[in-house]
Design a protein around this ligand. Structure first.
Ligand code: PMT
Length: 226
């Protein structure tokens, strides 16, 4: 399969020296790319500004803002041949300043000049492939993850409680729960991000096999009725 993976933060500049962002390092998304190629898949990472080396055999596209990330995801999905899965591990800024000032804003201008507008929801808007999301939560993790899974039309969502030690932003480990559209979930123990990534890739493979079997059975049923 072709894995298209977003990783890291986005930056939304308000002037040449200031931006809105978050502490994502890209470790989780890069681990998924590494796990995918190890298991014989092709992988493209679309990365926000991060300081990580590109894993071998992985194609990398660097972006800065959410809108650039969205354009790169759409381009990759339309140019990859064969079955694609989109895994959104990036922490995309939900808002951006309406305008980016050409020159550094004065402190006194900030609150009157900076107006925020919504960024596109990349994961929600993409279609035509299997979609897997992440949910970085501080409260009501399972309920929030389940809501996002249904609203964004996902095969499943990987929920992480980012307040827990060793989980979420910047860590080498993660402790996640795989939440499905029917609300069922599977809590995994704390492990390295690479092990979490391998578990996610296996889950995707298993869902893909099941969907192939169902399609085959439907086709057989139809030809027997003809
Ligand atoms: O990069 P690391 O330091 O390793 O940290 C890993 C991580 C904490 C960033 C990762 O495990 C994680 O949880 N990523 C998702 C963070 C997030 O933005 O969650 P969210 O609940 O706000 O978004 C839900 C989903 O929609 C995510 O898959 C997100 O990529 C996607 N989304 C959100 C907003 C938007 N405008 N476009 C999107 O595609």
């Amino acid at each position: 399969m072709n894995f298209i993976i977003t990783a890291g933060p986005t930056r939304e500049y308000l002037d040449p020296v200031r931006f809105l962002s978050n502490p994502s390092t890209g470790k989780m998304g890069f681990a998924i790319a590494r796990a995918a190629v190890r298991r014989g898949h092709r992988a493209v990472i679309i990365a926000g500004p991060v300081a990580l080396k590109t894993p071998s055999r992985v194609k990398r596209i660097d972006v800065v803002s959410a809108r650039e990330m969205f354009a790169a995801v759409k381009h990759s999905l339309s140019s990859e041949k064969g079955e694609c899965v989109f895994v959104a591990a990036a922490a995309v800024a939900d808002w951006r300043p309406m305008k980016c000032a050409r020159r550094k804003l004065k402190k006194t201008q900030m609150s009157s000049v900076v107006k925020l507008v919504r960024n596109p929801d990349i994961l929600k808007q993409v279609s035509g492939c299997m979609k897997v999301g992440f949910a970085a939560e501080t409260d009501n993790m399972l309920a929030e993850a389940h809501r996002k899974c249904r609203e964004k039309g996902l095969a499943f969502i990987v929920a992480n409680d980012v307040t827990r030690h060793g989980c979420g932003f910047g860590t080498d480990t993660n402790c996640v729960c795989l939440v499905r559209p029917d609300g069922s979930c599977q809590m995994l123990k704390m492990m390295s991000k690479l092990s979490v990534a391998t578990r996610i890739v296996r889950e995707i493979e298993s869902l893909y096999r099941t969907s192939q079997d169902t399609t085959l059975k439907r086709r057989r049923g139809r030809s027997e009725n003809d």
